[in-house]
Each structure stands twice: as C-alpha cells, then as structure tokens.
Design a protein around this ligand. Sequence first.
Ligand code: DNO
Ligand code: MN
Length: 345
Amino acid sequence: MKMTFRWYGKTDPVSLEYISQIPGMTGVVTAIYDIPVGEVWPLDKITELKEEVNVKNLEMKVIESVPVHEDIKMGLPSREKYIENYKENIRNLAKAGVEVICYNFMPVFDWTRSNLDYKLPDGSTALVYYRDEIEKMDPRKGELSLPGWDASYQKEELNAILDKYKEISEEDLWNNLKYFLEQIIPVAEEVKVKMAIHPDDPPWPIFGLPRIITNEENIDRFLKLYDSEYNGLTLCTGSLGVARDNDMPGMIRRFGKKIHFAHLRNIKIIDDRSFQESAHMSKYGSLDFVEILKAYKETGFTGYARPDHGRMIWGETGRPGYGLYDRALGAVYILGIWETLEKGC
Ligand code: DNO
Ligand code: MN
C-alpha cells in the first residue's frame, strides 16, 4: 500500500512541505482546478504541477478527480465533444506518469453533507449527514453551499440541469455510463492508466437525482459494463460504509484486483441515513479498520491509498474535511496497522 494525501494545489492551506513531513507519505493526489469541467487540461500545466510536487520528494501518480461533464452523464449529443476531451486528458496525464484517475458518476452533486462543522463533544468539528436536515434543503432555492460540488453554477443554470435530470432514469444513467466506458477504457488501456470510479457519497439518491454506484450488486454490474483491468474502483469505505448492508471487508475481498485506489475513512452511523464522519480509529466509528486492512492484505493490495477526510482538530481552520492534523493521524494509524499485518503479527 502506498500512502498518499489529497492536495488542492497552491491555494491549499496545507503545504506540500508539511505533507512530505508526515511519516510514510509517498505522494499527493491532486488535480488541475482552474480549468472548467469538460475542457482539456493542457500538458504543460500538468507537467508544471508534477514538477512542483516532485521537488518536495512526493509523487503525483493519482489524479482525483477528472470530473465528468453533466452532458456525458445525461447522454446529450454534446457528450461527444466532452468524451473526446476526456480521452485527451487521459493521454496527457499518462504522459506525465499518472497511473490512476479517480472520477465519479454522480449527477450534479458530488459528496453531500448537511453540516460541515458539526461540533463533537471534544470540541473538534466533523462533516455530518442528517437525513432530516437534507430533506429540508432545496437546491433550487440556491441555498446550498457544499464543498464537494461545482459551485460555479448559477441558480438558473442549476435549475435547468435539475429539470433535464427529471427525464433521466437510473437505467438511462447506467446506459450513459456504459457508453462513456466503451469510449474511454480503450484509451486508458492503450496508455496504461487505471480508471477508478468513486462510489456515490452517500450511496442513495439525493434531491430526487438517481445514484447507481451504491452497493456490491451495482458495483458488480458496473465492472461488467466493460471488463478490463483498466476499468476499476476507488473503494471508499466512508462513502459505501454508511449503508449498513455494505460489508466493507467483504467487498474488498470480492473486488480485490479491481481496486486501484483505496479511500480509507471511518464514519459513525447514527441511524438509517444519518451519519457523522469520525476519527479513523475503529473505536470511534462503525467501521473496523483492522478488518478492512486485513482484507486488503489478503488481496495482496499494492495500490495507492489515502486517508480521505478528517475532522478539524487542534483549532485548525481551512477546507472542511481536508485539514492536515486529523488526516495525518489517520494515515499513520493505518500505516501502523499495515506494518503489523505485513510482519504477520
Ligand atoms: C468523498 C471524497 C470525494 C471524492 C470524489 C471523487 O468521499 O473522496 O470528494 O473525491 O467524489 O470523484
Ligand atoms: Mn472518498
């Protein structure tokens, strides 16, 4: 397992230097953030980013995310142009030595929470999802501000997209995903870049929009849409694990070699469809990290991993979920368990 850390580029309050000081860090997971969704990332921008990272003795082998344009997800005729651009991005990233691309296929909203700074009894803050709160929110009123999605939409634009999605069923979304994979996976194979879809977070429909990468059965269906070593997964324990039926160690064993990127984070299930993000250590959440890592060990996992989100602790401010301290603690905790397993203890 190669441990990495998500880094949001020059504007990230967490510096590359600090990341390189975390024990066991091999690289960062990053992206080009100032190019609109669907456009081509120029090769010189990619190489510049890679060099900036490499100077700090960190690698840039995983990109998260190359976002998929809504027209592709909706299956509009204009998808052709965006798919061509996507292929170009895969080729350019390969030229810069990238091995894995993480992306997702969630309509409109990426990861969603009801509160980004929920105060826990110890004074730390965490991202939480409370079903009642979410049900009261109306994205059409422009009252949502979530860190995980494209905030550049104007209210009218967003409403127009939401209207178009009314005609798109779950089956349509599956077909559009298949069409996308049929186009991009041959390119990924050619340039040897592993595509790794991130599951839907949370793994159920929100705001009336369909979500399909949600459980074992659907992930199995996804992998069968295009059978290739290059069509794989970002297995996110924190996303899938909030649904009690998703057995994380079981899914890791089942999907084994198709997992190209491991997102490791813990969550505490509060009740049906409500959860808090917690510290990584098993006793604070609903997931057992020794069991999760044992499953990775058994499958012979040698891929990339990252601690995903963390709480805000020790007075740190910045991008919710992506502070330095709690994620660093999580990474080292995970590496500690991994070392123990590797030594066969
Ligand atoms: C949530 C996070 C997400 C993820 C994107 C991948 O668990 O890992 O921000 O990066 O959804 O496309
Ligand atoms: Mn994740």
